[in-house]
Design a protein around this ligand. Structure first.
Ligand code: MG
Length: 278
């Protein structure tokens, strides 16, 4: 980095975004394995965060392990996991209606939360009476249908709480992208006039608060490493962490230069991380 010499931060824990930061598709990005391995050899903790509520932590841990970064499920947090942990701690008695896929429902139940079944006895083409629903949870849901939309709509009109795993508008896919939770949140906000009250994933700082909780570290001892400025980096700044953007994903140098307040570090690859702190 050019500029006045800053004292090197004392960092004990690194929180990594995954896509565009550690890997792209099925390949580790250049320098990622070496950088993370070296940080671990220095005794640093590493944690990985994903906004996707579609798969359990074990799946991400297995993928990282396969790519040469041996990882336990406990070192991964997803938006579904964060929402489950948070609701179990703060609102354990709410009966949840989930606009989401099987993994999210299982994750919430694993945290001891109550997820109501679909109201299959009611006609989805009529006004559904949202029995026993205290809160609606919206997520990335590739099984979204009119019954779910109608049920969530009626529950929200009736005053149910309004939570979501993540706010991404679309999920990048080979050849383009597909509608993500943000699309469903916007639809429900539009038709009910309500606003989602809690987002568990990025860019909400809740996911980083959970990360620091797991690491047992204060924000000044943590570095957020990611490729997206408006999610990874903004949320890292808001959480009070040291921030490092890696230019292997969504952001280029020109985007980074426009960011205010400026980020702490800009790196070409994760292999540069050990030198930033040693
Ligand atoms: Mg990313």
């Amino acid at each position: 980095m050019i500029g006045p010499r800053k004292p090197k931060p004392h960092i004990d824990g690194f929180v990594f975004d995954l896509d565009g930061t550690v890997y792209l598709g099925d390949h580790a990005l250049p320098g990622a394995v070496a950088g993370i391995t070296q940080l671990r050899e220095m005794g640093k903790q590493t944690l990985f965060v994903s906004n996707k509520p579609l798969e359990p932590r074990e799946v991400y841990a297995a993928k990282l392990t396969r790519l040469g970064i041996p990882t336990d499920p406990e070192q991964v947090i997803t938006s579904a996991h964060v929402l489950g942990r948070y609701l179990a701690r703060t609102e354990p008695h709410l009966r949840l209606y989930v606009v989401g896929e099987a993994n999210l429902i299982a994750e919430l139940r694993r945290h001891g939360l109550t997820v109501v079944e679909e109201l299959e006895d009611q006609d989805p083409k009529q006004v559904i009476i949202p029995h026993d629903i205290d809160a609606v949870v919206v997520a990335f849901d590739r099984t979204l249908d009119y019954r779910k939309l109608n049920t969530a709509y009626q529950a929200l009109l009736g005053g149910a709480r309004f939570f979501a795993t993540n706010g991404d508008k679309m999920c990048p896919m080979p050849g383009g992208g597909i509608p993500d939770a943000g699309a469903t949140i916007a639809a429900l906000e539009h038709i009910t006039g309500r606003r989602v009250e809690l987002l568990a994933g990025k860019p909400s700082t809740l996911i980083l608060q959970e990360a620091m909780d797991l690491l047992r570290l204060t924000p000044d001892r943590c570095m957020m490493v990611g490729d997206r400025l408006e999610t990874d980096m903004r949320m890292g700044q808001q959480a009070g962490m040291i921030t490092a953007v890696v230019l292997t994903g969504a952001s280029g140098r020109e985007d980074v230069a426009r960011m205010t307040p400026p980020l702490d570090f800009v790196i070409e690859s994760l292999s540069e991380l050990p030198a930033l702190i040693a």
